[in-house]
Design a protein around this ligand. Structure first.
Ligand code: SF4
Length: 302
């Protein structure tokens, strides 16, 4: 059975169409943050898969103001965006890790841009202090807003291996707080982490559903040059999922998600000269086509 607008899962574009009757784009911003998992507050070195860009390879430049970054990306994407509105997405590093007055300043600078319809903020579940939560509640009451949490796995042993720096219970606690305050949140998960098999990955997706997330972002693991993950890969030669295995897992997840759970992504975006494995993930179009094909196959649609 088809779900929405002839799609087999409820994508972010479907959501925007339902909510705003329009296509909405995102501009990725760099708010000049670091991450408590890198600067020693929680740990040093960060998550083992995280690149120097703080998992935000396509964000604007931190040397520019927020307004300049938005304008620059609007100019770059002008043929695509035309007269449409955008979501200002604070993407790389931990975008709630700072003094609340600074956070207020940059969030509102983005929101006050005439082309910005709303705000999305990527962060960690252990990095939303009470004063920051108050600010997020205030923004959520007045603007279209969501928050993104990088869970990656529900398995605490794997979380230790990847140096995530917080346990699953912290994610669940934060998810509950956000739910209680009607703040939409999107949870990121990775398919292909070391020591995880298909069933472990499905458990993570189920856990995200149970936590009440509004949306899910499914990434393929990218082993990026220069990361600790690259070293681990060469030391242990851990299993890399094939494209077929990846597609099977993604489609299995998509089939059990609640009908209105917003799927923000079903694969990753990697830079050609930086990704070591899996190389098939660089052909994003092919990955998306294979997922679409498998969804059709499982629904007996030809
Ligand atoms: S929490 Fe995010 S920014 Fe920090 S090390 Fe992990 S992936 Fe990188």
């Amino acid at each position: 059975m088809e779900k929405h607008n002839n799609r087999r899962f409820y994508s972010l574009n479907d959501f925007f169409k339902d909510e705003f009757n329009d296509k909405i784009f995102k501009v990725s911003l760099d708010g000049g943050f670091t991450c408590p998992n890198r600067d020693g507050k929680v740990a040093h070195g960060g998550c083992i898969f995280c690149s120097d860009a703080g998992s935000g390879e396509f964000a604007g430049s931190r040397r520019k103001t927020i307004t300049e970054q938005i304008d620059e990306q609007l100019e770059f994407l002008k043929d695509k965006i035309k007269d449409k509105k955008v979501i200002a997405y604070f993407q790389n590093f931990t975008n709630t890790y700072g003094d609340v007055n600074y956070l207020r300043e940059i969030y509102y600078e983005a929101l006050n841009h005439p082309k910005v319809l709303g705000l999305a903020i990527g962060t960690r579940p252990d990095c939303i202090e009470d004063d920051v939560l108050e600010l997020l509640k205030e923004i959520n009451e007045k603007h279209f807003f969501w928050i993104e949490l990088g869970l990656q796995t529900a398995d605490d042993n794997v979380a230790k291996l990847i140096n995530r720096g917080y346990p699953l219970s912290k994610y669940m606690e934060t998810a509950k707080k956000l739910k209680e305050n009607n703040i939409k949140f999107v949870t990121h998960m990775i398919i292909g982490l070391p020591n995880e098999e298909r069933e472990d990955i499905l458990k993570t997706a189920k856990c995200i559903v149970e936590s009440g997330a509004w949306g899910i972002k499914i990434h393929s693991l990218h082993i990026i040059k220069g990361t600790s993950l690259e070293k681990l890969f060469y030391q242990t030669n851990f299993k890399i999922f094939s494209l077929e295995e990846y597609v099977d897992i993604v489609v299995t997840i998509l089939k059990f998600l609640p009908e209105k759970m917003v799927v923000h992504r079903v694969t990753g975006d990697g830079k050609k000269d930086e990704v070591i494995e899996p190389l098939w993930s660089l052909n994003k179009r092919k990955v998306l086509n294979e997922i679409e094909k498998e969804l059709k196959k499982r629904e007996n649609i030809v």
